[in-house]
Design a protein around this ligand. Structure first.
Ligand code: NAD
Length: 334
């Protein structure tokens, strides 16, 4: 069977997803949700979504009566994910929600609970967890090829453009670079090291308080400690371009990836040579895999469920607390 997906929020990333989904084997765009009638018309025609399956933010609860929609992919500004997930779950449809899943641990947990109560799945749009070179490194670590893991470095950032966009508006973004792009370094630290961190320290620097107002972080450096004794050192920023690098060091080998999280092709090398998995369009692979998770009960190699998202929110909140207090924060991801 094919997973019938409604896209919610027809912005920049949704467009990339819609294009990529044209090549999916197991998923298809069958619904659209937007506040802009012209977009619904244009996208409806382009992707073959009939009028009956186009909705706005007032009436989308009606998807509950639409058998042409199995799941909603929420691709709106971060602070809206929580309320929208609760409504989709109530309508009895599966939820695929973009990262960060929410803007707080409390909201994230409510989303997990609501989906569980409604008997629907909740998956987070963590596309790197299906990327072939990333999975190759994961397999190398699991097989012991890298030796005992000692150190991870994750550096993710870009220069924010338009100072009026939602990404630098605390009420819509929930924070700054950490929520948006630093989350890739947090994710990387977890799936590359293969453990959950038990403490975090962090330092914030702000060079432009006009753009990056109170509660919107520009640059944060953070460090994570893991139960094995492995450590991670990461940088998240909205003030530097060309920053997209992972470095994983084990006792037997290292892996350096650059780019490590952009739309690819993802490149990397070990001391023995280049990573050479074929490039796939991330969003095509992600949606085909998510269709199998939802429809066939397949277990992904690296999990993408709501609980993982909540754990990431716990790390994000701890990093913000560490910045504020200057104190190391102990973590219990449960
Ligand atoms: P965007 O600004 O291009 O699109 C956001 C869309 O939401 C717009 O169409 C906008 O009209 C709509 N919207 C609905 N209600 C809104 C409101 N109240 N205020 C403002 N906009 C509203 O942003 P984007 O880059 O598409 O990001 C959307 C989400 O996708 C974010 O959560 C972001 O973190 C995530 N994202 C993920 C990836 C990835 O690689 N996984 C990449 C980019 C963005």
């Amino acid at each position: 069977p094919i997973l019938k997906v409604a896209l919610m929020g027809l912005g920049g990333y949704a467009e990339r997803v819609a294009e990529a989904m044209q090549s999916c084997q197991r998923a298809k765009v069958t619904g659209l949700i937007s506040g802009t009638p012209e977009k619904l018309e244009k996208w409806g025609k382009k992707y073959g979504v009939p009028k009956e399956s186009r909705y706005n933010y007032e009436n989308f609860d009606q998807i509950k009566d639409n058998p042409e929609i199995d799941a909603v992919y929420i691709i709106t500004p971060n602070a809206l994910h929580h309320g929208q997930t609760l409504r989709v779950a109530k309508a009895g449809k599966h939820v695929i929600c973009e990262k960060p899943m929410a803007v707080s641990v409390r909201e994230g947990q409510e989303m997990v609970d609501a989906c569980e109560a409604a008997g629907v799945k909740l998956l987070i749009g963590y596309r790197m967890r299906f990327e072939p070179n990333t999975l190759k490194v994961h397999a190398m670590r699991e097989s012991g090829e890298l030796g005992k893991i000692k150190f991870f470095q994750g550096q993710t950032g870009f220069k924010i453009g338009d100072p009026n966009q939602w990404r630098v508006d605390k009420t819509l973004a929930g924070g700054g670079s950490l929520m948006d792009i630093g989350i890739y370094a947090i994710n990387g630290a977890r799936y590359m090291v293969g453990e959950d961190p038990i403490w975090v320290t962090a330092q914030e620097t702000k060079t432009n308080p006009e753009i990056f107002k109170e509660g919107v972080d520009e640059t944060i450096q953070f460090q994570l400690g893991f139960p094995s004794g492995a450590v991670a050192s990461c940088l998240s920023t909205y003030a530097m371009d060309h920053l997209d690098r992972f470095y994983l060091l084990g006792e037997k080998n290292f892996v350096e990836m650059q780019p490590s999280t952009n739309y690819g092709p993802i490149k990397g090398r070990t001391k023995d040579g280049s990573l050479n998995q074929p490039h796939t369009v991330h969003q095509t692979t992600q949606m085909d895999e998510m269709a199998q998770i939802i429809l066939d009960g397949k277990s992904p190699i690296i999990p993408v469920d709501g609980n993982v998202g909540v754990q990431d929110m716990k790390i994000i909140e701890a990093i913000y607390r560490a910045c504020e207090t200057g104190q190391r924060q102990e973590l219990d991801l449960g």
